[in-house]
Design a binder for this molecule. Structure first.
Ligand SMILES: [Zn+2]
Length: 328
């Protein structure tokens, strides 16, 4: 990842910032000119190195942290939200987040992770609960780095800046309160993690998970598809020419994945964990058994999300016995 500020449109710079884990490599913060200062879309992960790189990138644009008028954050995941919280402690910068993130924010602030463990039991993956609990006790997950935003963006609203109007559009799925920001005039889509050019975003990875996050996600993809095509400015990966082209690929991916998941259910009723163990993961077709704990968790959650959509479509039936859901 090359640090710096890269102009992607007049008055808009992409600023890649480092992440501690290797998977996504970098998160893009977008600096949008707003009169004599800037508005930042997403903020980065609260790491000393990310803060330094952001400071240098802003300096390259002739600005400092004190010139940032506001953080518009696409969703509450750590790599998007927490550096804004750190900077607000010094500079008082306003932070705005989608109102749909309220339940997960409340759960984070209260350290309420039990809902996620209940989900694991429902998915037949109760064996992962204790290892996850232990992994969490040693790391910085939980309240660390989180504080509520200054304001909650209530729905589809216009955010007027000095030279443009950004339209906030709720796109639940990746998280329940995920927002994208459109600049219709400049034909730009600040997509957060909703539409990523090289990977498919995780679905419903949050403490207060929606009833059927994949149904929400597919609907949100169709919503983005209903706007005129725009350039895709994603939170991870390069800027690309067409948001529509990538939305079509993501919709096709999930169609294939739904078929694959349905076919993997087999003769006897299966749990999400069992089904996840029968299908390949990532581009490299990895086996569930070979994945680390966190990725196993994501894979089982992803499988459960597909199974729930298949039930909604009438292609499968589900039954719950002793808190464990089986699909047939
Ligand atoms: Zn995310």
């Amino acid at each position: 990842m090359e640090p710096g500020a890269f102009e992607v449109a007049p008055g808009v710079h992409r600023i890649p910032l480092p992440l501690p884990n290797d998977g996504l490599r970098a998160v893009n913060v977008y600096a949008v000119r707003d009169g004599d200062g800037l508005v930042l879309i997403d903020s980065g992960w609260a790491l000393a190195e990310a803060r330094q790189q952001l400071e240098r990138a802003l300096d390259q644009l002739g600005h400092g942290f004190e010139d940032v008028h506001r953080f518009l954050v696409t969703h509450l995941h750590r790599d998007h939200y927490t550096l804004g919280v750190t900077l607000r402690r010094t500079f008082g910068t306003r932070i705005s987040l989608g109102a749909g993130e309220q339940p997960s924010m409340a759960a984070i602030l209260a350290g309420r992770v039990e809902g996620q463990y209940r989900d694991l039991v429902r998915w037949g993956a109760g064996e992962l609960v204790e290892p996850l609990r232990q992994a969490r006790s040693g790391d910085r997950e939980g309240v660390d780095g989180y504080e509520p935003p200054d304001d909650w963006i209530p729905g589809a609203v216009d955010v007027p800046l000095a030279e443009r109007i950004l339209r906030a559009v709720p796109t639940p799925g990746h998280t329940n309160g995920h927002l994208v920001f459109l600049d219709p005039e400049a034909e730009l889509l600040f997509a957060g993690d909703h539409v990523l050019p090289h990977i498919t975003p995780s679905i419903g990875f949050e403490l207060a998970r929606a009833g059927s996050p994949l149904s929400d996600y597919l609907e949100s993809l169709r919503l983005v598809r209903s706007y005129p095509d725009m350039r895709l400015l994603p939170a991870h990966g390069p800027v690309t020419a067409s948001a529509h082209a990538r939305v079509d690929e993501l919709l096709a991916h999930h169609e294939r994945r739904l078929d694959l998941t349905c076919a993997a259910v087999g003769e006897t009723a299966s749990t999400a964990l069992e089904v996840a163990g029968r299908i390949g993961w990532t581009r490299h077709n990895r086996k569930l058994a070979d994945m680390d704990l966190f990725n196993k968790f994501l894979a089982v959650a992803e499988t459960a999300a597909h199974l729930d959509v298949l039930v909604r479509l009438g292609r499968l039936r589900s039954s719950t016995v002793d808190g464990v859901v089986r699909y047939a």
